[in-house]
Every structure is written in structure tokens, then in C-alpha cells.
Design a protein around this ligand. Structure first.
Ligand code: HEM
Length: 137
């Protein structure tokens, strides 16, 4: 069986991974915002969030990239503008993930958080990524 035959399955797994990745970074963004607004409020969920960051959000991000790159190579999408622009936004989302992971580690160690308003960045990037992937502008 060739990769081309598996294409719809790879795309489905890509979208599921993207769903889990985005759910993870959105949750972390909101918990960090709550902690900044009301220090100490996120303490009860910090450990759980750090665990899901390690075992769910980070692996989901790696799978998004792995499935996405496989799809792009299989169908030859790299020369398309929609994918090139989409990649810029995905790199931004991956950077947001890295920055938030650092803040989450500070939260677990009970250190003060830095101001990092990631929610608007995540929402705008998500809108761009999905519109580009579906409409292929
Ligand atoms: C958070 C990150 C990402 C999200 C939310 C996302 C979302 C999506 C969605 C919703 C689709 C389905 C489009 C459709 O069937 O019409 C898709 C397809 C695709 N994505 Fe992503 N994606 C992400 C990251 C990536 C990355 C990192 C790459 C490549 C390096 C990539 C490459 C592709 C390709 C090649 C397709 C298939 C397009 C097609 O065959 O129609 N994606 N993505």
C-alpha cells in the first residue's frame, strides 16, 4: 500500500493531532491568564496541566508536524502559497507552545509568571491555518 493510498487517513490523523495540540495550548493559555489575574488560583491544576503538556500536547504537536510534512511531501504541496503561509503561522503556534511550556514550569515551581498574552495570537493563527488549509487561498 502506497502513501498516496493512505492520504485520507494521514489527513484525518493530522487533523485529530492538530485538534489535541490546539486544545492543549488554548487550555494552558487560559490557565496562565487566570494565574496572572489572580495569583495562586491555578495552583490546584498546575501539576495536571504540566503532565498533560508532557504526555498529550507536546506529542500531539510533533504528530501534527510529522503527518503534515508527510502529506505535503506525498502530494507535492510545498510549492503552494497556502502551505508556505500556513507554515509561518504553524511555526508561530509552535513557538507559543514553547513559551507557554516555560511559563508552566515556572508555575509548577511557584515562580512569578511573565506577561505573555498568547490567547489572541493563538486564535488569529488558528483561523489563518484552518482557512488556508481548507480554502487554499
Ligand atoms: C496547528 C497546526 C495545524 C493545523 C490546525 C492544521 C489544520 C489542517 C486542517 C484542518 C487540514 C484539512 C484541510 C482539508 O481537508 O481541507 C489540514 C490539511 C493539511 N495540512 Fe495542516 N494543520 C496544521 C499544521 C500543519 C503542518 C505543520 C503542515 C506541514 C508541514 C501541514 C500540512 C498540511 C497538508 C499538506 C494538508 C493536506 C491538504 C489537502 O490535502 O487538502 N499542516 N491541516
Amino acid at each position: 500500500m502506497s502513501l498516496a493510498t493512505l492520504y485520507p487517513w494521514l489527513k484525518a490523523l493530522h487533523v485529530v493531532s492538530a485538534f489535541l495540540f490546539v486544545a492543549g495550548i488554548l487550555t494552558t493559555s487560559m490557565v496562565l491568564a487566570a494565574e496572572r489575574a489572580n495569583p495562586g488560583s491555578a495552583a490546584p491544576v498546575a501539576g495536571l496541566l504540566a503532565k498533560s503538556e508532557r504526555w498529550l500536547t507536546t506529542p500531539a504537536m510533533l504528530l501534527v508536524w510529522a503527518f503534515g510534512l508527510t502529506l505535503a511531501v506525498t502530494a507535492g504541496w510545498f510549492s503552494s502559497t497556502w502551505l508556505q503561509v500556513k507554515l509561518a503561522f504553524v511555526v508561530l503556534l509552535s513557538a507559543v507552545h514553547g513559551l507557554q511550556s516555560g511559563q508552566l514550569r515556572r508555575l509548577v515551581r511557584k515562580k512569578a509568571l511573565k506577561p505573555l498574552p498568547t490567547l489572541p495570537l493563538i486564535l488569529v493563527s488558528l483561523l489563518a491555518v484552518v482557512v488556508l488549509a481548507v480554502v487554499k487561498l
